[in-house]
Design a protein around this ligand. Structure first.
Ligand SMILES: *Cc1c(COP(=O)(O)O)cnc(C)c1O
Length: 381
């Protein structure tokens, strides 16, 4: 059976060009980048070229990029690295209720260590209220961390305005841009972003590589102790092929952004209109105006999300639900709860996230299957 992959927010297939670029660094230029002979220096040069390509995607200096093991480590480093270093200045962080668990659980650890965290609400579209942000700021506030775009419902936050507020108040601004990278134009200078997390496997590079941008005027504490890699900020022998792959994926993302965004937006809007035509009692979650191009998130009333996923899987469709199943009972995710979705809808939530390889024919197959499967589930319940 042909597999149709619609879960590009969970991970993406590694791009062929990325694989090709990485390959020689496994078997030819495999030296340790810290070694002084040519084989090591070649690896080192490859890393520095990749660093520049990552920097170019978000318009920062190459020396403001630190490679990490992924989005999770970047988020942890941003939050803990800033708060631990500045604990004598202030102990307050502002974030949102709809962050990725890499942020939420880092905040939980900070709270256990005496820091204070404010979790901003979002409206029914999943967007924060800037007035609420301003009101949350105290003399003790050191860091604002607001995700660029949400991984479940695709809502894109008013990042430039948040950056202005943070700058005016002298507060450090971090954004988790793991989902936004390659899908939204990002300029850290224009947007006053001080720190930004990104991840390889969401943009066609492998899993286990990511980067953290930190403005050169900002100090942070390293999380991992060891050697002096990444300018003393991230110890451990470099994941050279991963870094090379991330650089190439960022270069492709930059060069193809317009085409990529247009294609995905078209597929997504076609999917929305076909679902509306063919299936009753649905709710589209998230903003229609401020949304990632490839993200769709729809709730089907009176349907079990896990049953839906199983029946779609039988037809070769990979997609994702909107609930986190824990010990048999399916609870709506923290994001769906935050936008106020009622449980009769939330339980039957399907996230479909498109990628470069999806075609219109894939979407037609998806909607036909979805209509059949939902009819079946509703008939049996
Ligand atoms: C996937 C994701 C992460 C985690 O990135 P990893 O590289 O998988 O650790 C963090 N934030 C968001 C918004 C994500 O979508």
């Amino acid at each position: 059976m042909k597999i149709r992959y619609f879960d590009n927010a969970a991970t993406t297939k590694v791009k062929k060009e990325v694989m090709d670029k990485m390959f020689p660094y496994f078997i030819e230029s495999y030296g340790n980048p810290s070694s002084l002979y040519t084989l090591g220096r070649t690896a080192k040069m490859g890393i520095e070229e990749a660093r520049r390509e990552v920097a170019d995607l978000i318009n920062c200096d190459k020396n403001e990029i630190y490679f990490t093991s992924g989005g999770t480590e970047s988020d942890n480093t941003a939050l803990k690295g800033i708060m631990y270093l500045n604990k004598n200045k202030g102990k307050h962080v502002i974030t949102t209720k709809i962050e990725h668990h890499a942020i939420l659980n880092s905040c939980k650890t900070l709270e256990e260590n005496g820091f204070k965290v404010t979790y901003l609400n979002v409206d029914k579209d999943g967007i924060i209220n800037l007035e609420e942000l301003v009101n949350a700021i105290t003399k003790d506030t050191v860091l604002i961390s607001v995700m660029f775009a949400n991984n479940e419902i695709g809502s894109v936050q008013p990042i430039q305005k948040i950056g202005e507020i943070a700058k005016e108040k002298g507060i450090i601004f971090h954004t988790d841009a793991v989902q936004a990278c390659g899908n939204v134009k990002i300029d850290v200078k224009e947007m006053n972003i001080d720190m930004l997390s990104l991840s390889g496997h969401k943009i066609g590079a492998p899993k286990g590589i990511g980067a953290l941008y930190v403005n050169k005027n900002i100090e942070f504490k390293n999380l991992i102790d060891g050697g002096y890699q990444e300018r003393d900020k991230r110890a451990g022998t470099e994941n050279v092929p991963g870094m090379i792959g991330l650089g190439e994926a960022c270069k492709i993302a930059k060069d193809n952004m317009e085409n990529h965004v247009n294609r995905l937006t078209e597929l997504r809007d076609f999917y929305f209109s076909e679902v509306k035509n063919q299936i009753q009692n649905i709710k589209i979650n998230g903003s229609l105006d401020h949304r990632l191009p490839g993200n769709s998130n729809i709730s089907f009333k009176g349907v079990s999300g896990s049953e839906l996923l199983m029946k779609l899987d039988e037809r070769g469709i990979c997609a994702s639900a909107g609930s986190a199943c824990s010990s048999g009972s399916s609870m709506p995710s923290h994001v769906l709860t935050a936008i106020g979705l009622t449980s009769e809808y939330a339980e039957g939530t399907l996230r479909v996230t498109f990628g470069d390889e999806n075609t219109k024919e894939d979407v037609e197959y998806l909607v036909t299957s979805l209509a059949d499967v939902i009819k079946e589930i509703r008939a049996n319940s």
